[in-house]
Design a protein around this ligand. Structure first.
Ligand SMILES: [Zn+2]
Length: 424
């Protein structure tokens, strides 16, 4: 089974304390690159051959610049150099005469800050305090135990404890150092089964899930109430850049994140319980409406707070991570016609009646919750072929979804006893 590798980027929150040390390492990496580049040139001139990374490492490991960095970090610099030469050979072989060999890393008398990689022996991760200890080379240490302790912050939806960190990279970008965590999934999960579930994302019900024979609705009410309340409250602030306004923005972002996390987790749990190995999600190409600058549009006037593309994109990403960790594949399919077709008989009619959240088929008389009907159509898109036998099957479940509500105090979704067709 293939393992997933992902790279997560983090900001360094104690930048001031660590930047000088990281600068030294970044400059040392550039200098080592240049030393290797120079050695390669000499060999090239003498023998017509470029040394490979094994030879570069063996030849340069006693060099002063090599011992500025942790040995694994130095090895990585020389591997990158060898890879750059190989890339150039490859281009030349393919007839690209304009390709140039890798150059020196130098701007006049100064050096750029190269990326420094830390492999297993070169870093120590402290998940509890979200910090990572990076090793220096012997030359740059004042004491044996001298290291760089970076405190970091990732995006809130990323939990590094769910991942096995293979490598940490210090990267200099836009005048500051950042960290990249190269991670693998810690487990090779076995798929829960062969069943397929469909997910329809929408405004009233944030998600409707069809398992075929059973369905669950996840109303978006709790999220909308938060958005509405916190947006209103912020509008009352005198100054939109005030501390209070910032605090409200942060609170709103935190609530959203929490809601989306809890929702994706709940759906994945339901799938695991039912032996679902494939989760099909309707691609919301149609709903996304960005303004001319490509930014999500502002909330409408008069509290018309519809959720926009960002929430669905973010949600789909979260759902993908969580599904993958359980061995469930996620597929995106076009939403085309999924709201106009009857999931029981396949009849499509542009004038199909949708009233009060109910879909009523004029051909087979099936009555369905409109969002569940959409989710079931999405689910059927990846099924090989479905014998649609009209009203002969028991389609009652299409009209009677279970409803799971977000419980703020528990921070998770829980089933609601009575069944309703749609949130008002
Ligand atoms: Zn029908």
């Amino acid at each position: 089974m293939s393992r997933t590798v992902r790279t997560f980027e983090a900001t360094i929150t104690n930048q001031q304390q660590v930047r000088d040390d990281l600068d030294q390492l970044g400059w040392a990496a550039s200098k080592l690159w240049n030393v290797g580049r120079y050695y390669a040139q000499e060999q090239w001139d003498d023998t017509g051959e470029i040394p490979d990374d094994g030879e570069l490492k063996a030849e340069l490991k006693g060099h002063e610049r090599y011992t500025d960095l942790h040995s694994q970090s130095s090895q990585r610099v020389l591997e990158e150099l060898a890879e750059a030469f190989n890339g150039w050979f490859g281009k030349r072989r393919n007839g690209d005469d304009r390709a140039r060999p890798p150059g020196y890393r130098k701007n006049g008398d100064s050096h750029p800050r190269s990326t420094v990689s830390f492999k297993a022996a070169g870093f120590k991760h402290d998940a509890q305090f979200t910090r990572v200890r990076l090793s220096k080379g012997r030359n740059l240490k004042e004491h044996r135990s001298d290291f760089i302790l970076c405190e970091y912050q990732t995006r809130p939806d990323i939990d590094l404890t769910e991942w096995d960190i293979q490598q940490v990279r210090a990267v200099y970008k836009r005048d500051e150092w950042r960290l990249q965590f190269v991670c693998r999934t810690t487990i090779d999960p076995e798929s829960p089964g062969d069943d397929v579930a469909g997910v329809d994302l929408g405004i009233c019900n944030f998600a409707a899930v069809s398992f075929g024979g059973e369905s669950v609705l996840y109303p978006g009410g709790a999220l909308k109430e938060d958005e509405y309340y916190l947006t209103k409250k912020k509008a009352k602030c005198d100054d939109s850049s005030s501390c209070e306004a910032t605090r409200l923005d942060r609170k709103r972002a935190g609530r959203r994140t929490h809601f989306l996390h809890a929702l994706s987790k709940s759906i994945v749990n339901e799938c695991v319980e039912r032996g679902v190995g494939t989760l099909v999600v309707g691609d919301l190409g149609g709903i996304r409406e960005d303004d001319e600058n490509g930014e999500p549009q502002n909330w409408g006037d008069h509290g018309n707070l519809d959720l926009h593309g960002w929430a669905f994109d973010r949600f789909t990403t979260l759902l993908d991570y969580k599904a993958e960790a359980e061995g469930i594949d996620l597929e995106l399919v076009s939403e085309r016609d999924t709201s106009k077709s009857c999931s029981a008989c396949g009849h499509t009619d542009d004038n199909q009646r949708v009233e009060r959240g109910l879909y009523v088929c004029e051909k087979c008389d099936t009555v369905a919750n409109a969002d569940v009907n959409g989710a079931e159509n999405i689910r059927q898109k990846v099924l090989p072929s479905l014998a649609t036998d009209g009203g002969d099957r028991d389609n009652g479940w299409l009209a009677q979804p279970a409803v799971h509500l977000f419980d703020r105090s528990e921070g998770r979704f829980a089933p609601r006893e009575q069944v309703v067709n749609r949130e008002p």
